[in-house]
Design a protein around this ligand. Structure first.
Ligand SMILES: C[S@@+](CC[C@H](N)C(=O)[O-])C[C@H]1O[C@@H](n2cnc3c(N)ncnc32)[C@H](O)[C@@H]1O
Length: 531
């Protein structure tokens, strides 16, 4: 009886957050609860203008989600799944903390996983310390530099290598000792120039009028969260409804184009920058890039390049739903299934540019309190054959001296998977604008190389080549950790070719995948040593 009464209870947002925190043993905030309401997962009850949530609904939601997940995933992926390595208690803000979120990158591992293996803590799973302060760790598939950043936090030196010039740039910018005053100054200057550049542009007036119209229209015909709830309950046929309203809004859109006498698409469609950016956006990008070229301080210039690149990524003429996998350029208003309303592409970069400038400054400031005075550097090259030390000597002589003396203690890395991601192509916009050399054909396991038997063998040989090449620079008693989803069971063979032995395997669940598929998924951290 008591329980019945309890679960029929209505809770305020704050109470709901408190209850959910206790129930899930995780920190649930009021904005997490609002998110559930906005996405139609739970209902909101309004009373005298205040919002209430039924406790029972919260219980149902969390029961269906969390409690069963561990049991369900273990039954699918095996009982040896190490749930402690899921880091499920972490919020997104923690896995993307400070410089880790300076630029999007598909295929990152979470910093806490790196820290777990690099730090000096032990537990029932990790019973040994592998890296100590002052050691050197190598990441031959450095990507966006997660290992480098975490090594810096832990007082460990780190060498990275990546075949993609743009990835090496992201990594090096993340660990750079940036002069924040200079950066702030240049940001202010460029932003002011950009604002003057667009001040009297018809595009801005056009976009303002369109945005105003859209917000009114969406409020009326796509109210949130009611519209999504009705779609979920099948009270509205989303497709027919969306098509009808898309047409109505399009008429208004065309009317405004005529009113402001605008040309939206570019004349040619040859390059990535021609095809995926509307004309006014392209003009602003070119303008900012010209300003960045004039910046004196080389590091500041590199950081600004990363901010512009991040802006570019957000301003591609695509629907919100297709941001990760571009389908077709979009130059008009459209029904957005992700947000459940009519959305529009971007006609100006100003707001994203400003947002990312501010965000970058904050992230560097946060990291500056955590970094140690150790060396981290990412080389751009092919890990299958790069001469690590002589390349390091050219780029970072002090680090080279240290590395030559003490050698590298081990590797922590996540190699590419077989045929899953094209690492150059995911930043095609940056390669196009900044003119970095592309070395796609040297990427191991690129998506374009597919997953055929032949591709799998080439992959295995490629990874083994990297291990063999790296061995030349490692201390004798090295430890190698490779994070991999070994779908094709290639790692035993890789270890054999590299004349190494797999001494341990840590199987971890991957909970927060960026892909749309949120099903049970695990990866293995292989621990390899010399035979
Ligand atoms: C899974 S990602 C690494 C992601 C990284 N752990 C992070 O957190 O950002 C694999 C990386 O290997 C790089 N790569 C592929 N083939 C390579 C090669 N032959 N030499 C060096 N790097 C390579 C890709 O460019 C990609 O950035």
């Amino acid at each position: 009886m008591n329980t019945m009464l309890e679960t029929e209870e209505l809770l305020t947002l704050k109470q709901a957050a408190e209850f959910a925190s206790e129930y899930t043993k995780k920190n649930v905030t009021t904005s997490n609860i609002s998110y559930l309401i906005n996405y139609g997962r739970i209902h909101k009850n309004e009373h005298h203008g205040a919002v209430f949530i039924a406790k029972q609904e919260l219980i149902n939601y969390y029961n269906s989600y969390y409690g069963n997940r561990e049991i369900d995933w273990k039954s699918k992926l095996g009982q040896d799944l190490n749930w402690a390595l899921s880091f499920e208690h972490l919020k997104e803000a923690e896995t993307t903390k400070h410089v880790h979120r300076l630029h999007p990158y598909k295929g990152k591992f979470i910093p806490q996983l790196v820290a777990y293996f690099l730090d000096e803590q032990t537990d029932e799973f990790k019973t040994q310390v592998f890296f100590k302060k002052g050691d050197i760790v190598l990441d031959p598939f450095c990507g966006s530099g997660t290992t480098l950043v975490q090594a810096s936090e832990l007082g460990i030196h780190a060498i990275g290598v990546d075949i993609s010039a743009f990835n090496s740039l992201i990594s090096n910018v993340k660990v750079a000792q940036v002069d924040l005053t200079d950066l702030h100054c240049e940001i202010k200057k460029i932003t002011q120039l950009l604002k003057t550049f667009v001040a009297h542009s018809a595009h801005i007036q056009f976009e303002n009028e369109l945005s105003y119209f859209l917000s009114e229209y969406d409020r009326k015909y796509f109210p949130s969260p009611e519209f999504k709830l009705k779609v979920r309950k099948k009270e509205i046929d989303e497709k027919t409804y969306a098509e009808f309203h898309e047409k109505v809004v399009l008429e208004k859109f065309n009317e405004l184009l005529i009113k402001y006498n605008l040309k939206i698409t570019q004349n040619t469609q040859e390059r990535f920058l021609d095809k995926w950016y509307l004309q006014p956006v392209r003009d602003e990008i070119d303008f900012v890039f010209e300003q960045i070229k004039k910046v004196q301080n080389r590091l500041t210039k590199k950081v600004l390049t990363i901010i512009l690149s991040r802006t570019l990524r957000s301003c591609r003429a695509t629907t919100h739903a297709d941001l990760a996998t571009l389908l077709e350029p979009v130059s008009t208003t459209y029904y957005c299934a992700k947000h459940g309303k009519i959305c529009k592409p971007l006609f100006s970069i100003v707001s994203w540019w400003e947002r990312y400038c501010k965000d970058t400054l904050q992230r560097f400031a946060q990291f500056s309190t955590l970094r140690t005075s150790t060396f981290q550097y990412c080389l751009n090259g092919n890990s299958e054959n790069i001469d690590l030390f002589s390349e390091l000597e050219k780029k970072h002589p002090h680090f080279f001296q240290l590395a030559q003396q003490q050698k590298i203690k081990g590797i922590f890395s996540s190699p590419p998977y077989v045929g899953l991601i094209d690492y150059h192509e995911q930043h095609a916009y940056a390669y196009d604008l900044f003119g970095f050399e592309r070395k796609d054909e040297q990427e191991i396991g690129a998506m374009s190389k597919k997953q055929t038997k032949q591709a799998q063998q080439a992959y295995a040989q490629g990874i083994a080549n990297v291990l063999n090449n790296s061995k030349r620079f490692l201390a004798d008693d090295y430890d190698i950790f490779l994070v991999a989803n070994d779908k094709f069971n290639l790692y035993p063979q890789i270890a054999q070719i590299a004349e190494m032995q797999i001494v341990n395997q840590y199987k971890r669940p991957v909970l927060n995948r960026t892909e749309k598929d949120k099903g049970a998924y695990s990866e293995i951290i292989f621990h390899l040593k010399a035979i």
